[in-house]
Design a protein around this ligand. Sequence first.
Ligand code: APR
Length: 236
Amino acid sequence: MRARAESIVVLTGAGISAESGIKTFRAADGLWENHPIDDVATPEGFERNPQLVYEFYNQRRQQLLSDHVKPNSAHSYLAKFEHEFPGKFLLVTQNVDNLHERAGSENLVHMHGELLKMHCLNSQLIFDIAEDFNFDTECRCCRSPGNLRPHIVWFGEMPLQMNKINQALESCDVFVAIGTSGNVYPASGFYQTAKIRRAHTVELNPESTSSGFDEHIAGNASEIVPKYFETLLPVY
Ligand code: APR
């Protein structure tokens, strides 16, 4: 392990929010909250049955805004770390929840979109949304219904802010993946990009998902994130 990190990129997945009450995607049944992923997370699924897709994300949004779902100590420690770490820090999340920002994270990229946003299919403008919306909802820019979709990157679509992410990966000296199964490209290849500049690569996850990381630390995010990140802070 390098003594002093100067630039760190962290990738988070559904596992970091599991202890906050949001289910991960790839449970043994292969369903996402009782739905086949093809039905609710692909452009084709949206074309086939938009009402189902609107309802699905409306439910996820209401769940996220319920009193039961709160940032856990892994989200909180990452936010504290970002403010104390003297070097460069970028947090990239695949999660569409807002638990990182609620915990105080600032330099954050939501590469798969956000549940609390919708976008207009005509103008591509993005709007905040906390309420339910559907095919009948009038768009704030077009003033007509039928143009709005959840601001979620579905399978087959291009993740967001890839230039910023790749630049950070190519110049970081530590890359940490937390609570992600490594099943979805391009996030699954981030540790390889980070290795171009010989970054030290670490996985924090109850199970090891790849032998390509230099280090695997097993455990639940709420316990191992604070412990591990404390070791990356300089000692004065
Ligand atoms: N702490 C840390 N990791 C955990 C915990 C926990 N308490 N509980 C589960 N995990 C790990 C699991 O071992 C698994 O490796 O979290 C991972 C969750 O994997 P997935 O459900 O596949 O989630 P993720 O990798 O984020 O999925 C990637 O796939 O469906 C798409 O766009 C969606 O962003 C999502 C992407």
